[in-house]
Design a protein around this ligand. Structure first.
Ligand code: SAM
Length: 221
């Protein structure tokens, strides 16, 4: 299946799952930031497979049957991983990314044991189509753009309930506006959410990095 529109030339990145199967993720040569797989997405996707979430040898699978919404999904690799582990996933992004998301869903269908659908969700806008609140909200490398910080936190507030766990993975960047944008995000987040940082010992041993952070974020009660 070929991606349509402006995003019509693409190349494939393979991500190996712990069971040896391969997620085949198309990326575009031409397009905005969402059309390639960012490192934070790989770290988060591999974190979803760690034993605390998924351990077939002891029958642990917290993803089975869980409702998951991925924000700013880009290529959709994180949501795809969750869907291969049994979750019911909506991978969301702007309209421009929908054809690429559909290509990646189509090309990985054989690995999916839950379900996955691509949908438009622009931060700050109506989320009623995604309610009741999902069990998990996943986001990789979504803290990077000053104008989107307020709408992003608004979406987190609208979409999450008291039981929702937001798993936020971001690459800490020291250049340009990035430190300011991060600071703004966490100041705004603090008003309505608490979070804990996941130590590298609980992340995938091969796919982690000191400058990529994983947080579990929950709404204040
Ligand atoms: C740096 S990319 C990360 C993509 C993907 N999560 C990854 O890590 O590979 C940021 C993503 O956020 C999406 N995005 C940016 N602003 C958005 C907005 N206002 N509403 C929804 N998505 C947005 C972009 O389209 C892009 O896919």
């Amino acid at each position: 299946m070929a991606a349509q529109g402006d995003y019509n030339t693409y190349f494939v990145r393979e991500i190996e799952k712990n069971d040896g199967s391969l997620l085949k993720v198309s990326q575009c040569f031409i397009g905005d930031v969402g059309c390639v797989v960012w490192d934070a997405a790989i770290v988060l996707a591999k974190y979803l497979e760690t034993k605390q979430f998924y351990d077939p040898s002891s029958g642990v699978n917290i993803w089975a049957g869980r409702r998951v919404v991925e924000l700013g999904a880009g290529t959709g690799v994180v949501g795809l991983m969750a869907a291969t582990l049994g979750a019911h996933v909506s991978v969301t992004d702007l309209e421009d990314l929908q054809s690429l998301l559909r290509v990646n869903i189509h090309d990985n269908q054989i690995l999916i044991s839950g379900s996955i659908t691509a949908k438009v969700l622009k931060w700050g806008e109506d989320v009623s189509g995604f309610l009741p609140p999902p069990n998990y909200i996943l986001m990789a490398d979504c803290i990077y753009y000053e104008q989107s910080i307020t709408p992003l936190v608004k979406t987190l507030k609208l979409l999450s309930g008291p039981e929702t766990c937001i798993i936020c993975c971001y690459e800490q960047r020291t250049e340009g506006f990035n430190p300011k944008v991060e600071k703004q995000f966490f100041e705004l987040l603090r008003q309505s959410f608490n979070w804990e940082e996941i130590p590298s010992s609980k992340q995938d041993s091969d796919f982690s990095s000191p400058d990529i952070h994983i947080l579990h974020v929950r709404k204040k009660v």
